[in-house]
Design a protein around this ligand. Sequence first.
Ligand code: HEC
Ligand code: HEC
Ligand code: HEC
Length: 369
Amino acid sequence: MNKLSGILLLVLLSVALVPAQEKKAGEEALGSRKYTDYEKPEACGASCHIDFYQQWKQAMMSQAYAHHWDEIEYSKLAIPDAEKDPKMAGVKTGCNGCQAPISFLVGDVPPPKPEENSRANESVSCDVCHTMTGFKGDTPFNFNFVSEPGRVKYGPRDGVVSPAHETKKSDFYKTAEFCGTCHNEKDGFDVWVKSTHLESKEGPYAKQGVVCQDCHMTFAVGRNATMGPELPNAAQHLFHGAHDPGKVRGTIELRIHPDIRKAEPGERVKLTVALFNQKTGHKFPTGSAEERLLWLHVEATDAKGSVFRLKVDKKGFPGEEYTIAANTLAYQDMGIPLLSCSTTCLGMSSISRSDSSRYPIRSSSASSG
Ligand code: HEC
Ligand code: HEC
Ligand code: HEC
């Protein structure tokens, strides 16, 4: 090869490489876009995607920035933490990469507070997801998706014609990695603080080819858009998770059995609890697992109907050293007002740690008789 064609090849190679390098993802995409690059979800849902829009409105996706608890977590916990510890500094902008992606991409961070009704409140909108073209690196995490807003909307199907935009099929929408770009998070200390996608990847479902969409975007007979044909398998935009009691119910199959059939007074009975996570493709709880508390409430009722709390012993085996012991309060106050927690949140309680009189054993007066 002579020198000239060598140079030419080099020039061609660098020309071919440039567009790939320009695709920004994760932290480097901060401030790379304008708000007007992204369609408002109302525009998608007004007359064409009414059905999906209504589903999305009910899901956490549309509330990720403005939801009461997210507001506490971001402005009262994350921002002060970021200001104290340089290793946490990234969360001040970074949280928004997934909770208010457009504001992050525009560089409007911290975004205006939810009550100011800015575009941050759109949270994870239609156009955030439907303009993603892939992710950068080997592992999806910390919003390392590539956002390429414009007239082309990407989706799972070929040959879809829309009067409002162009459509393009992308196999990325059928993968768990798509979801992993936000449902895996590594913090400033290099610790995985959210790992739903990684958990799922190691689990038995993924090995059978089951992806997040199979459980969270189930297929149903329906239309993609009002004017589209009826499809046998329109991907529903439910994103139902821990905020939906119906989704959580039955997640853990639980059986408890004694080691003897009959016990004399004073005799010890050993009760074994068998738990089986039969319903999730990942761990339970998952997501921000530090906020999702799960405990086993064990009580016994005698012949007179009096209720006793059974002591649960510390397990003490590696990885489970912190299993809650019989004399420890199993959960803590997370600052959420207790409206109807039994139906709206999992494992959260406003019972204060120090208030032992409110330890969750049914009082004997309530169960007397
Ligand atoms: C751009 C970031 C982003 C992407 C991509 C993403 N999510 Fe989410 N997801 C979020 C955020 C933010 C929340 C809300 C968390 C919160 O504030 O409680 C959420 C919440 C959820 C929830 C929980 C709902 C609940 O009731 O707790 C489920 C389930 C979920 N996502 C599934 C998926 C699936 C499946 C995919 C892939 C098809 C996906 N997500 C892709 C950001 C994303
Ligand atoms: C086999 C079905 C199944 C698969 C596959 C599955 N999930 Fe779930 N997921 C569930 C169920 C059931 C729940 C509700 C119980 C719970 O909170 O874990 C749930 C809960 C969640 C939550 C809510 C967690 C919380 O505490 O707010 C998120 C987020 C989530 N899934 C994301 C994903 C992502 C991302 C994937 C793919 C990497 C995925 N799921 C794969 C069944 C599944
Ligand atoms: C968290 C990301 C996310 C959000 C938010 C989201 N979508 Fe989707 N959407 C997907 C994924 C992933 C698929 C493909 C699912 C599959 O086929 O398995 C999809 C599929 C679709 C499809 C094609 C369905 C089919 O079966 O052909 C349409 C249309 C669509 N979305 C419109 C919308 C609209 C409108 C909104 C806002 C109201 C929206 N999406 C919000 C991720 C998202």
